[in-house]
Design a protein around this ligand. Structure first.
Ligand SMILES: *[C@@H]1O[C@H](CO)[C@@H](O)[C@H](O)[C@H]1NC(C)=O
Ligand SMILES: *[C@@H]1O[C@H](CO)[C@@H](O)[C@H](O)[C@H]1NC(C)=O
Ligand SMILES: *[C@@H]1O[C@H](CO)[C@@H](O)[C@H](O)[C@H]1NC(C)=O
Ligand SMILES: *[C@@H]1O[C@H](CO)[C@@H](O)[C@H](O)[C@H]1NC(C)=O
Ligand SMILES: *[C@@H]1O[C@H](CO)[C@@H](O)[C@H](O)[C@H]1NC(C)=O
Ligand SMILES: *[C@@H]1O[C@H](CO)[C@@H](O)[C@H](O)[C@H]1NC(C)=O
Ligand SMILES: *[C@@H]1O[C@H](CO)[C@@H](O)[C@H](O)[C@H]1NC(C)=O
Length: 211
């Protein structure tokens, strides 16, 4: 990796969409969010969406690898984070007062960086010289924007100053990551499909400062 050729530009925009699972139709949910384990180098947002018969919990963490935990519980369940343990990645640092009915987690493990020589936005896996893997935890993530309306919540994060000291890889570009929650969707399966989608788009602006 250290000796990868220096391709001129690559920039990615990752877009995560997180959609609610409304198991019983378009029920109204009350949203509540709070930052957890406040720390200048760390963003952990907790979103709670209370419906009449169940509660959805989301934990979006940008400490190391960006990750999302989602859980469905009864409305009476509460989340308890033990911050010291959480920051050290210990198991059982996040517990619910009652066993959740359902949990799912996503972790962004790798970011593919590629030189889009033909301007097609398609990664050509045959040409490995144009592809590089970056580890999301070596970006410095900062919070750019939080939006909260009646039935939606969004968080925009930006990763800068990529610095993998072990491999001696640095980047000057930035990467944007946007997570959204909408309470108003209905179909469970459709939403899960949406949930799985990570759309990688080209960054069309002039902010091409990599390398
Ligand atoms: C909550 O449960 C009650 C009783 O089972 C049911 O009548 C109602 O439709 C449920 N509400 C929602 C939003 O699922
Ligand atoms: C945050 O990061 C900066 C620079 O990387 C470091 O100097 C500082 O000690 C960190 N602060 C905390 C609370 O971890
Ligand atoms: C949260 O967890 C910690 C550690 O397990 C425990 O000491 C504390 O009492 C819990 N708090 C609540 C409100 O359950
Ligand atoms: C969650 O589990 C509890 C206990 O097992 C059950 O009473 C409840 O109906 C479940 N809720 C949903 C939304 O599945
Ligand atoms: C770009 O297009 C040329 C001509 O079609 C092709 O030979 C080349 O492999 C393409 N390069 C990449 C990286 O896709
Ligand atoms: C990367 O981190 C190392 C160790 O903290 C530091 O010496 C180096 O200057 C950093 N490089 C950049 C480009 O920030
Ligand atoms: C790290 O990379 C920079 C630029 O590629 C190079 O100048 C420097 O010598 C490298 N340092 C180490 C310790 O390999």
């Amino acid at each position: 990796m250290v000796n990868m050729p220096r391709v001129p530009l690559i920039s990615l925009l990752l877009f995560f969409s997180i959609i609610s699972m409304d198991l019983a139709g378009p029920a109204k949910r009350t949203l509540h969010y709070e930052e957890q384990c406040k720390n200048q180098n760390w963003t952990t947002m907790y979103l709670r969406a209370d419906g009449s018969n169940d509660t959805l919990h989301y934990l979006w963490d940008f400490g190391g690898k960006p990750s999302i935990l989602m859980a469905l519980t009864s409305p009476s369940a509460t989340l308890n984070i033990t911050c010291e343990d959480f920051l050290q990645r210990k198991i059982n640092s996040v517990v619910f007062s009652e066993n959740p009915n359902y949990t799912v987690g996503f972790i962004l493990n790798k970011i593919i960086e590629f030189n889009d020589v033909n301007d097609t936005a398609v990664i050509n896996l045959d040409n490995v010289a144009n592809i590089n893997f970056l580890m999301p935890e070596f970006f410095h993530w900062s919070r750019k924007y939080i939006s909260m309306f009646d039935d939606s919540f969004g968080l925009d994060m930006e990763g800068n100053s990529y610095n993998d000291t072990a491999m001696n890889i640095t980047r000057h570009g930035s990467i944007k990551l946007s997570v959204k929650y909408f309470a108003a969707l209905k179909d469970y399966k459709e939403n899960i499909e949406y949930f799985k989608n990570i759309i990688i788009q080209r960054h069309r602006s002039n902010e091409r400062t990599l390398f």
